[in-house]
Design a protein around this ligand. Structure first.
Ligand SMILES: Cc1cc2nc3c(=O)[nH]c(=O)nc-3n(C[C@H](O)[C@H](O)[C@H](O)COP(=O)(O)OP(=O)(O)OC[C@H]3O[C@@H](n4cnc5c(N)ncnc54)[C@H](O)[C@@H]3O)c2cc1C
Ligand SMILES: NC(=O)c1ccc[n+]([C@@H]2O[C@H](COP(=O)([O-])OP(=O)(O)OC[C@H]3O[C@@H](n4cnc5c(N)ncnc54)[C@H](O)[C@@H]3O)[C@@H](O)[C@H]2O)c1
Length: 490
């Protein structure tokens, strides 16, 4: 029987980082993955496919150029499923190749098959042919992720009635689309297909959606979606879904209304993929949604040599945070020092338009009774925005009135998921709004929105910090400065 210092179940972001971190510490590592290829949900059905589809749609539809050339502008006239699929396959192949190479050069071994615990130090792996092999371990990281929630009253056929896995398995461009569930997945796909001019109806049982995002940003976002013809039905519950004689999907709401479409995407949450793990044999107990409880500092489960990381432990369920969790789990298992977790992490929603956020929302700041001021910048106020033909997009900055420290940054619009990292750095370094006011930004850039938003807040804030006094410069300094400007050719 083969023995490993660490066995990792699942090769998604959490498993991959746990494995490579342990290998860097000189440990023997085995990664077990039940899919044919490594990469996890992130590479095969989740993050990378959805972001690749988005990029393909924006490129082929000419979306980013429509501000200049009009709504009817297209780069490719008839966009079909095969156009979406071609780029998807290339990107995924490349991702897998890079990951396999990373494992190989770090000496991480991989095994294809379904992992099941025999006890808290042994795992049985069953491959596609049904053959089994038992391996033993000192430590294990459960990084099995999640699978889409598929309730019995939804007749999935993976062509007309799909979940987020089957949507990307064989992508097609439907004539119309109903999306059930306005979570991150539902919102991303609804807006991606809407950018292709597919009529989209979004159904959400609650009266609000994406509640963790600042409400002003959601108002701006919803306005954008409605303006381009998307139907958003909040407070609408789906009773059941059927297919009619012509093969259309019919969503029947509890109030009797019916919505007919060429495709229905059911995106009402996900379940921890722990069902086949044989957890009862090792003493780890999942909750009713298949998720595991861990110590948030170490990622240990109640069985101390077994860790869990990634989506299987629940919120925030991001590839970005999963990677860090996996790495911290491996560091802790082998007694290596762990970095303290930064206070704030960014959230990026790759809808069309993008939303990204870091820190506190205005609603959270109010709930905590923190005196605050907001600053807002509209992308159309920036020269870069004019050059790009942007007609929407905004940044909202929240600042403490007492300390002048940045409390949160919220962005909707082009480039939001990249821009947010400037705010993240300032926030996690505990800096104040003065950073944006006093520093020079490249021009023309969208990042200039930070300066505009900061000045907007600054103009309305009490002047606790004196404006730098104007000092008469001695003659010699002026001369030296002029000389330098001359050398630079100014
Ligand atoms: C449509 C969609 C879009 C997303 N977009 C983003 C995004 O833009 N940004 C972002 O940060 N996050 C995004 N996410 C979330 C992101 O994909 C997840 O947070 C991330 O994949 C979680 O990683 P993980 O390591 O927990 O495992 P996963 O990536 O879920 O992988 C787990 C792996 O474990 C394997 N496995 C399960 N059970 C067993 C077993 N018994 N034996 C062996 N192997 C097993 C599975 O086959 C799978 O390959 C998205 C998710 C979805 C579904
Ligand atoms: N850009 C990103 O970072 C990104 C993108 C996609 C997914 N993800 C991650 O994947 C996870 C799963 O996303 P998700 O959107 O599937 O789940 P979710 O739990 O975030 O959202 C599900 C939505 O469906 C609604 N819903 C619940 N039950 C319903 C029902 N019976 N009928 C209709 N609607 C119902 C919920 O109210 C909610 O709005 C998220 O936690 C997210 O972190 C991240």
């Amino acid at each position: 029987m083969e023995h490993f210092d660490l066995v990792v179940i699942g090769s998604g972001p959490a498993g991959r980082r746990a494995a490579i971190q342990a290998a860097k510490l000189g440990k023997s590592v085995m990664v077990i993955e039940r899919r044919q290829r490594v990469g996890g949900v992130s590479v095969h059905t989740g993050t990378i496919p959805s972001k690749t589809l988005r990029e393909t749609v924006l490129n082929l539809s000419g979306w980013r150029e429509r501000g200049f050339y009009g709504l009817s502008y297209r780069v490719k006239k008839d966009i079909e499923g095969k156009d979406l699929g071609a780029r998807l396959n290339k990107t995924l192949d490349y991702e897998v190749e890079v990951l396999e190479h990373q494992f190989a050069r770090n000496g991480v071994e991989t095994m294809s098959g379904n992992a099941r615990f025999r006890d808290d130090h042994h795992i049985v792996v069953t491959d596609l042919n049904g053959e089994t092999q038992t391996i033993s371990f000192d430590f294990a990281v459960i990084a099995v992720g999640t699978t889409p929630y598929r309730p019995g009253n939804i007749p999935f056929d993976d062509h007309t009635i799909v979940d987020s896995d089957s949507l990307v398995a064989e992508p097609r461009v439907p004539r119309s689309l109903t999306v059930v569930g306005a979570g991150v997945i539902g919102i991303e796909y609804a807006t991606i297909f809407s950018a292709l001019d597919v009529p989209v109806t979004l159904i959400e049982p609650r009266d609000t959606y994406l509640d963790f995002i600042d409400r002003e940003i959601i108002e701006e976002f919803s306005h954008d979606l409605r303006k381009r013809g998307m139907t958003i039905r909040l407070g609408a519950k789906v009773d059941r879904v059927e297919k009619d004689a012509q093969g259309w999907a019919i969503a029947i709401l509890t109030d009797g209304r019916q919505i007919r479409s060429d495709m229905l995407l059911y995106a009402a949450g996900r379940m921890g993929a722990t069902m086949d793990l044989g957890l009862e044999a090792c003493g780890v107990v999942p909750d009713e949604r298949g998720r595991l409880k861990v110590d948030p500092a170490t990622f240990q489960t109640e069985v101390r040599n077994i860790y869990a990381a990634g989506d299987v432990i629940g919120f925030p369920s991001l590839a970005s945070t999963s990677m860090e969790q996996g790495r911290i789990a491996a560091l802790h298992a082998f007694g290596a020092s762990m970095p303290p977790a930064p206070e704030f992490f960014p959230y990026g929603i790759y809808a069309v338009p993008e939303i990204s956020t870091v820190g506190l929302t205005e609603q959270q700041v109010r709930a905590q009774n923190i005196p605050y001021e907001c600053g807002v910048a509209r992308f159309r106020e920036t020269s870069r925005g004019h050059i790009m033909g942007l007609q929407s997009g905004m940044m909202k900055m929240i600042v403490s009135l007492e300390t002048r420290k940045l409390l949160g940054v919220h962005i909707v619009g082009e480039g939001a998921t990249e821009l947010i990292h400037i705010g993240q750095a300032v926030l996690n370094l505990g800096a104040t709004l003065d950073y944006f006011v006093e520093n020079t930004f490249n021009y023309p850039t969208l990042a200039e929105a930070y300066k505009i938003a900061a000045l907007d807040a600054w103009n309305r804030m009490p002047r606790t910090k004196p404006i730098a006094p104007i000092v008469e410069e001695p003659e010699i300094q002026v001369t030296r400065r002029k000389a330098r400007a001359g050398q630079a050719g100014a």
